[in-house]
Design a protein around this ligand. Structure first.
Ligand code: IVH
Length: 693
């Protein structure tokens, strides 16, 4: 779409615009620059300007438009973020009904389909395209006069819900496309809205941190997000959209579709050139069905490496003329076929329900099922989250249940099949007393979770210690789940302070614990004493305080005891901390028993100082800017945290403001650009580690 020269022109323009006064002409240019920056960031995954620069340009445009309501701002990137709730999602008719696809599951199905296609297309040279089948929510977009007119969900295929304002929140969906250059007046295109696995997990983690129930899978998250009343909340979900089908085009007078677009691959190219996100990079063309089969099988083996979920591949006849010749049924085109990957769903029998007590006393019902293999993993036990979920799904013991496991997401029960009941199924009776300490359970009106409120409940004490030693908290390797339990039963551990006073002479004699592993454990415990403060805070297991909140909390203090004297209001001003969380933090640090434990931890040598804050203030990487590119051994987020912890700043793109570019494998355009600039220090991952010590 844009040549390098064009990119340079826009970059120069962005620098100029940042300084100049804005009039109508400059506003037009600003829009152009912002649209280009959006396209690079959201469609090409290759940002060209830093977040701060982008924000400044965006604000400039917004201010100008606010001062000039008399001018036409239709299609401006600022219209994406207009506030106000969706009143309703009116029903709209698709220009062409949205058909679904026929499914195939194995090579034999594909061979069969290939034979039928060949019969229908007589002797013509048949070519297939093969592309990913995105697992999200389908969407239809109508563009007219080069502008996005409306977006709709699939609905019943004929009519869907109009969700234009929500679709405008998806930054990879362009608001303006130059389709008139191809003679097109109106166009309806189809695609799939997806949420990337990482964004989905981050979103779920936030829900968990807030004590809310996580969403079941990325597909539901995507389709649920499209129907949210508040478009700005849709924006926060970080959705993405892949477009894969042009269902209708109306040409301008005396215009014809360019010949190069008269195939599916051609149309994908056209969509690419208009600025849509497509799967053209992983789409292949084959003339033999055997090659198709090989490609879909290869792709299936790598499905987990993709950043979003796909549930199969779609094979399409490439030529539009042949597509028309082969035709369609009332439900699906005959010229396309979905190849479904191995199910990540399976049926099993619900054998019983057990109740686990968590570290905050939450009672979680856990389904015990007849072991079943789902997408290569055997599952015999899975969480039912809470009583409401059990009621909602109307589960009974003995029921046939449908289990799903998608990607890295924890497996869950989709539903039961009441129609398969035989009469011997029994109701699930929720306990009224804690299964461990037998204290009566309590559930506040507004919550879904029952709790054991006995802080000394054995189960809670043990779970709190397990949480304290866990990887994301104090990371005491070797002191896992089962050893904590054994030490507790042997009387060596009563609370987290006990971890630092373990009687190693006695421990060494325990079964499976030789001198070597005992020494290793000793070392790991010693090392944990100097963990950063946010890990200790997270490890304390304060209700609603997840890793993110623990980090925010740690940033506000120089010593943990500074938290003892803060008021609830002071906690409320911290990022991500709401009423409920503030109350919980306040209660925790006001509690004398908790303070006692913290004092004892400090006496045992656990560091309560915010060393990082002190280091950052006294230099470290302060004032230095970093950017990471390419594939690294370390997680990108970890590397970024290391920089921030030391007072450094992260930039989104290579510019003269950048001090260090850290390059992993397959670094691309960013590395080139940094070399060209000459002012950027280019570091390997090892050099980066050495730099930060
Ligand atoms: S083509 C007329 N291509 O799968 C052909 N569909 O199970 C229209 N889907 O309703 C569909 N990825 O929502 C096509 N690359 C892809 C797709 C795809 C996902 C969805 C689409 C469709 C459903 C059928």
């Amino acid at each position: 779409m844009y040549q390098l020269q064009e990119e340079q022109r826009l970059l120069d323009l962005s620098k100029q615009l940042a300084k100049s006064d804005i009039h109508e002409q400059e506003a037009k240019q600003l829009r152009e620059v912002i649209e280009y920056a959006d396209w690079k960031y959201y469609v090409k995954d290759d940002p060209i300007i830093a977040d701060a620069e982008y924000d400044a340009l965006f604000k400039k445009l917004k201010d100008f438009e606010a001062q000039h309501p008399e001018l036409d701002h239709q299609g401006s990137p600022t219209t994406r973020v207009a506030s106000g709730l969706n009143a309703d999602f009116p029903s709209v008719e698709h220009l062409v009904p949205m058909l679904s696809l026929e499914n195939s599951y194995n090579a034999a199905d594909l061979l069969d389909w290939d034979r039928k296609c060949r019969e229908q297309s007589a002797d013509a040279l048949l070519e297939y395209t093969v592309e990913p089948k995105f697992d999200g929510a389908s969407i239809s977009l109508v563009y007219e006069a080069d502008q996005l007119q409306r977006a709709a969900t699939r609905g019943n295929g004929v009519q869907g819900d109009e969700i234009t304002r929500n679709a405008m929140q998806i930054r990879s969906i362009p608001l303006k496309v130059n389709m008139s250059q191809y003679g097109i007046r109106q166009m309806e295109i189809r695609g799939e809205v997806v949420i990337h696995k990482q964004k989905f997990q981050e979103y779920n983690q936030k829900l968990i941190d807030k004590g809310e129930q996580p969403l079941a899978n990325a597909r539901n998250a995507a389709s649920g997000s499209l129907r949210i009343k508040d478009p700005l909340e849709v924006g926060r979900r970080n959705l993405d959209a892949f477009l894969y089908h042009v269902s209708d085009t109306v040409m301008l007078e005396n215009q014809e579709m360019p010949a190069s677009f008269r195939s599916h691959a051609g149309l994908l190219n056209m969509m690419d050139s208009l600025g849509f996100k497509t799967s053209s990079a992983s789409t292949r063309k084959f003339s033999q069905i055997q090659e198709v089969i090989q490609y879909v099988e290869e792709f299936e083996a790598h499905r987990d490496n993709l950043p979003y979920e796909i549930d199969g591949m779609v094979i399409k006849v490439n030529s539009l003329a042949l597509q028309e010749q082969i035709g369609q049924t009332s439900h699906h085109p005959r010229w396309a076929m979905a190849f479904k990957f191995k199910a990540r769903q399976a049926r099993s029998i619900l054998l019983g329900v057990e109740y686990q007590v968590g570290r905050t006393g939450s009672i979680t019902p856990v389904a015990k099922i007849e072991p079943v293999s789902v997408g290569g993993v055997t599952i015999s036990s899975l969480s039912l989250f809470n009583e409401e979920v059990v009621r909602e799904k109307q589960l009974k013991i003995g029921d046939t249940v449908l289990i799903e496991r998608a990607g890295d997401v924890i497996p869950y029960v989709v539903k039961s099949f009441p129609e398969l009941r035989q009469g011997h199924e029994t109701e699930i009776v929720f306990p009224t007393h804690c299964p461990v300490c037998h204290e009566s359970l309590y559930k506040p009106e507004s919550e879904a979770v029952w709790r054991c409120t006995n802080l000394n409940c054995e189960a809670q004490v043990i779970e709190r210690m397990i949480h304290f030693t866990s990887k994301d908290a104090m990371d005491i390797r070797g002191l896992g789940d089962s050893l904590v339990r054994r030490f507790y039963e042997a009387g060596f551990l009563k609370n987290i302070v006990g971890i630092y006073h373990l009687p190693f002479e006695q421990i060494q004699g325990m079964e499976g614990l030789g001198e070597k592993s005992a020494n290793k454990l000793k070392e790991a415990i010693e090392k944990s004493k100097t963990q950063p403060l946010h890990r200790l805070i997270f490890g304390l297991g304060i209700r609603y305080v997840g890793e993110t909140t623990a980090k925010s909390l740690a940033r506000t203090v120089e010593h943990l005891s500074d938290l003892y004297h803060k008021s609830k209001e002071e906690f409320l001003v911290i990022e991500d901390v709401g009423e409920k969380v503030a109350q919980s933090i306040y209660e925790f640090f006001s509690h004398q028993d908790n303070r006692q434990i913290l004092d004892e931890l400090e006496q045992a040598g656990v560091c309560m100082q915010n060393v990082q804050k002190q280091e950052a203030m006294s230099g470290g990487l302060s004032g230095k800017t970093f950017l990471f590119t390419g594939t690294m051994n370390m997680k990108r987020s970890e590397a970024e945290a290391l920089v921030e912890e030391r007072g450094g700043r992260l930039l989104g793109s290579v510019s003269t403001k950048l001090n260090y570019l850290v390059v992993g494998e397959d670094a691309g355009s960013k590395l080139e650009k940094a070399k060209k600039l000459g002012s950027v220090h280019i570091l390997s991952e090892e050099e980066f580690m050495a730099l930060i010590g």
